[in-house]
Design a protein around this ligand. Structure first.
Ligand code: CA
Length: 229
């Protein structure tokens, strides 16, 4: 469930916002002071922050700036004064949106949903376009089909790459040689399960510090192999 932090000193407003957001399926935490709000914002994980500008203690400008230094989650700033909106824009604090009080709670909910969807798309698309598996010192770029071991690129044949990627994507799962052969090679391709052994040996020479004492691809005697995490 997505979590939202509301930093707002007017308790009635904070409670109203909370009710509406909870009805829309969000989990909501309220803080009524600037200093405490900042602490919670930095200490806990949230998906979005609704930040009032005028607060006792530290004000919203300062809080926004300090949160932005640590996190890039969406921040919606709220103010009773129209002039403040210009100031927020002018200061370039990194707020994603701003709303002038009074506003309808349903408008807040709509904006919260829009910002979360946009943020999910941004974060999601970065992960997808990279398509990278990282396990300890090994970095596998599936799109570019490249493997880095402790920062040094290693050359892999097509089948070696497929086999390493398959094992790394299914860590701690023990596969028999037969299963790996079926997974990586075509059913009617020439060769047998000894091919798997040969390929594992070659992969180990490239990724292991000491092939005799493998740290990544373990041999489970009498069964097969697994990628250890
Ligand atoms: Ca206030």
């Amino acid at each position: 469930m997505s979590r939202i932090l509301i930093i707002e000193d007017e308790e009635a407003i904070a409670e109203l916002e909370k009710d509406y957001l909870e009805l829309s399926g969000f989990e909501v935490v309220i803080s009524n002071t600037g200093d405490e709000g900042l602490q919670i914002a930095l200490a806990e994980e949230f998906d979005l922050i609704v930040l009032d500008l005028m607060l006792p203690g530290m004000d919203g400008f300062e809080i926004c700036k300090l949160i932005r230094e640590e996190k890039n989650i969406p921040i919606i700033m709220v103010s009773a004064k129209k002039d403040d909106i210009d100031k927020i824009r002018g200061l370039g604090l990194g707020a994603d949106d701003y709303m002038t009080k009074p506003f309808s709670p349903s408008e807040l909910v709509a904006r919260v949903k829009a910002h979360m969807a946009r943020y999910d798309r941004l974060v999601g698309s970065t992960q997808k376009s990279n398509d990278i598996i990282e396990i300890r010192g090994i970095r596998i770029d599936k799109t570019a089909r490249r493997v880095m071991v402790d920062g040094v690129e290693k050359a892999f044949t097509g089948k070696e790459f497929d086999l390493l990627t398959f094992l790394a994507e299914n860590p701690n799962h023990v596969y028999t040689k037969e299963e790996l052969f079926r997974e990586i090679w075509d059913m009617d391709s020439i060769g047998d399960i000894a091919t798997v052994t040969v390929h594992i040996k070659k992969i180990r020479e490239k990724i292991e510090y000491d092939s005799a004492k493998p740290q990544y691809i373990e041999t489970i005697w009498g069964v097969g192999y697994r990628f250890k995490v």
